[in-house]
Each structure stands twice: as structure tokens, then as C-alpha cells.
Write a protein that binds this ligand. Sequence first.
Ligand code: GDP
Ligand code: GDP
Length: 440
Amino acid sequence: MTKQNFKVVIVGRTNVGKSTLFNRLSTSVKSMTLDYEGVTRDFISDTVDWKGRHFELIDTGGIDFKKGLEFLVEVVRERAIKVLKEADLVLFVCDGAIGVTAEDQTLARFVHKLDKPTLMLMNKVDSKHTQDHVDEFYRLGFKETLAISAEHGIGIAELLDAILEALPQQLPEVPEEPLYKVVLIGKPNVGKSSLMNILVGKDRSLVADIAGTTREAISDKVLFHKETIQVTDTAGVRRKSSVDDGIEQLMVKSSLTAIKESDIVLLLIDGQEAQLSQQELKLLAYAYDENKSVILLRNKEDLIDGDIEAQWKFDTSSYEYLLKKVEILTISCKTGYNVGKILPLIKEVWDRFGMHFTTTDVTVILKEALDRTPLYHNQQRLKLFSAKQIGTKPPLIRLNVNEPLWFGPSQKSFFENVLRKHYNLKGVPVVFAVRKMFFD
Ligand code: GDP
Ligand code: GDP
């Protein structure tokens, strides 16, 4: 598990003394102190050490809630809000010499809503007016209020102590980024929720029997062989119906997005169907085009009989070329048939996704194939001088050739098939980049 620093975020309207406070607490990074209002500054941060502990101090540079703001201010505000949402502790700074303004009140409401541990700081305590305003500040409703002077260093040691006290003793455990993301897609009722529950080992998704019910895409992490994989169950995809097109479109879109963000796509289908629907075929092709690994899971094995199986072989023959590239596993969420094989298969496919070929091997294999089966473009022979793998996940092979323009999709698929014959690349797309070489 990776450890991160606690985040202490300074917020407050302009001119209350945020930069001065930041400079007072930080040791290395210095920010500009500007004496006039309305200046948008970027965030600055520094690691602060105090009594053997440390935290990250961030100055948001002020959030302006006034209406009719220019775009830039809006952008800064959005970013400040994001930083604040990640804060472990908020330092809400006010100007004690001036007292509580309407803007302070707006900000205070906003900070309360964040629901984070907060210290309210009455700055400029050196000013003789501060005493007059103390009550106003207490009325803002923060549990802890401290009087400080950022400029004159009053109350700073107490502030640092209070910060340490407000932070948890232990740094939070940050879950590691999953090694790879697996997305589970499929039409309603094919068994996604059932499979999800089996994979994740607990009841996470609601099993809904009504076709077309919109569901939030849910996501969970599975630990497998000490690696984290993420399984996402998307809202179902259905053949386009004439009725609720809006929802249909939305669901397809969410599946496409989920595919884009994943590494491995599990397309779950109902095994009783002897073929893939147009929608499923499209998703499969889309996943491949997006260079994702694909595993096709035929669920409800308990309901598949010999007739369905024979029909499947017959009906899918027209897109056999596509299915050949895919891992297909027949499972049953009901009886548990083959479900134990899913995670090992995912792992296998992931390993293939990261496969390495030596330059010699890949050059020899592809050149020999082209010698045996010459390819032509307007009676001119296509030449391959060498091949080299230049990327993984998925494997990316550069072909050094005589004329790149002659190497279109069908020529590339020729090379792809050759590689598939020599290596087990099931479930893995192979990508080619073609480059011109001038020598023979
Ligand atoms: P920010 O806009 O909130 O970052 O505020 P600055 O740090 O730029 O400070 C605004 C003004 O307040 C500057 O002129 C500072 O010198 C002044 N200032 C900051 N802290 C104090 C303080 O503790 N006492 C007094 N009297 N002035 C201060
Ligand atoms: P989802 O809509 O894709 O999430 O599908 P569900 O997991 O909600 O399952 C739809 C229906 O199929 C439910 O009634 C399940 O009990 C049933 N089901 C799921 N897997 C199997 C299976 O392997 N065999 C049989 N016979 N029924 C299954």
C-alpha cells in the first residue's frame, strides 16, 4: 500500500492573509503576496514538518463566489473545490481586523458543507480591532477558532499543534491502482449481476429482472493472485427498440465508455441464444477496435442443449473470423459450471496482452510467411524488410516495408493471422504500424 501525505488546505476570501500564513508555515516554497483584490493565483503547496510529523500545506488562493465572474475565476474556483474535497483538514482564514463579511459567511456555509475537520483562524490579531469582532467569528459556528497573526508570527506554534491534533495519527491506507481493469458488459438478464456477485464474493449489484431498467454502473475490486483487478458491471445493452430510444442510447453509451476505460472486456451473453445480437457484435468489434482484450462468456450452460450448440456453430460461422480472436468460455452462474476458470483466464489473457516477441523471431516468422504467400499491389510485390515490437498491451509491431500505402487492413490482418498461428494470442488484439524502408 502506498502512503500519502495528509492534506491541509487553506481557504478564505482575498486579502485575509492566506499567502502570508502559507509563507509563515512553509519553509521552501514562497508565494506572492499581493495587496489588491481580485488577483487569481495558482495553488501552491509545500510539506511542513512540525514535531517530527509532516503534512502537505496547500493554499487555494481564494474562492470567489461572486456572481457573473469571468471564466478564469470559475476555473480556479472549480479546482479549489476539488482540492478542498480531498483535504484532511481545512484552515478557514478570516480577517480579524475587518470582521465577518458577507463573503466570509458564504464561504463558511460552503466549508461547513464540506464536512471536514476545520480550524477557523482569525488572522491579524495584532490589530487592535480584532477584539471587537471575536463574537461574530464564533457565530460562524466552527468548533475550533484560533487567533493568529500570520505576519507577526503570533499563535503560530499553537496553530501547528492544533493542526497535528486535528489530523489522524495514522496516514490513510490508499488502495493501489488496479493493475488492470476488467469490465463486464452485456444485455439485461444475461446474468451480469449474478456473475458480479460470484466474482466479487458478495452481494453488490441488485438483481433486477425487468429488462431495460436503468442501473448505475457499479464497480468493485477483486483481489486475485495478489493483483487488483476491477470489475465493472455496466447498465445493460439491448437491441434498439422503437420505444425508449433515449434510455437505449444512454445505455449503449455507458457501455462504450466503460469499454474505453478498461483493459479487458468480458462480454456476457445468454447461452440460450444461438448467436450474437447485432448490438453484441458491435460491442465486440468496438472493443477490438479500441485495442482491448476480449473474453466472451456464454452463460446459462445449464440451459444449453445439443440443438442450441449446433445452432450456435452454424449461426456464428459468418463472424467466425472475429470469434477466432476471442476467448470463449461457457459458464453457468446457477450451477457454478466453469466460473472458477474466469479469473485464471483473465490473468492468462492479461499476460498475453503484455507479450514480448524478439525482433528476430517476429521478423523471420512474418518474412517467411510473405515469401510463401506473396502479396501484390498492382502487380508490384509487397516487401517486408524487418519487423519489431515497439509496444505492449496490446502488442504493437512495426513493419518496415517498401511501400506503407500498400499495407492496408487486409494485408495487416494477413500478418496478424500469421502471428496468431505462431503464438497464442487469443483474446488479444495485435496492432501494426507501417514504416517505409529504402533498402532491399
Ligand atoms: P491573501 O489574499 O488571503 O493571500 O492575503 P495576503 O497574504 O496576500 O495578505 C493580505 C494583506 O494582509 C497583506 O497586505 C498582508 O501583509 C496583510 N496581512 C497578512 N497577515 C497579517 C497579519 O497577521 N496582520 C496584519 N496586520 N496584516 C496582515
Ligand atoms: P443481469 O440483468 O445481466 O444483471 O442478469 P441477472 O444476474 O439479474 O440474471 C438474470 C436472470 O437470469 C436471473 O433470474 C438469474 O437468476 C438468471 N440466471 C443468471 N445466471 C444463470 C444461469 O447460469 N443459469 C440460469 N438458468 N439462470 C441464470
